[in-house]
Design a protein around this ligand. Structure first.
Ligand code: SF4
Length: 111
């Protein structure tokens, strides 16, 4: 019998804490309020970034665009701040962000 586990596992959270994408997002935060206007995805079909929720396929095209995007850290910071669980943001998949949400909450001081 297997137990279902809804949240990220402790080892996944620990990995997320060390993820350079998360660390850069923590560093950059919201220093650029205009980041959305500079995203590489501005002229791309939004569906590229929002694959079907049941799809197990990695959204390679979206991740490739993010990898060369100048504002990916601000984008990821915004998604983590907002708790956005859908779509690709800042070069991360929704699944990757599950553990990042916990690491983010632990690292960002409560206002
Ligand atoms: S990191 Fe990705 S989702 Fe975010 S603005 Fe850039 S291309 Fe768009």
């Amino acid at each position: 019998m297997s137990r279902s586990h809804k949240g990220p596992k402790p080892e996944e959270i620990e990995t997320a804490r060390r993820d350079p994408r998360l660390r850069r997002a923590l560093h950059v935060g919201h220093t650029d309020p205009e980041w959305r206007m500079r995203g590489r995805c501005l002229s791309v079909d939004p569906e590229t970034f929002f694959p079907e929720p049941q799809s197990n396929q990695t959204p390679h095209a979206a991740l490739a665009l993010c990898s060369g995007c100048a504002v990916r850290s601000a984008c990821l910071a915004s998604a983590l701040e907002a708790g956005d669980r859908n779509g690709v943001w800042g070069g991360t998949t929704p699944r990757e962000r599950q553990a990042m949400f916990v690491a983010w909450r632990d690292a960002v001081p409560v206002a």
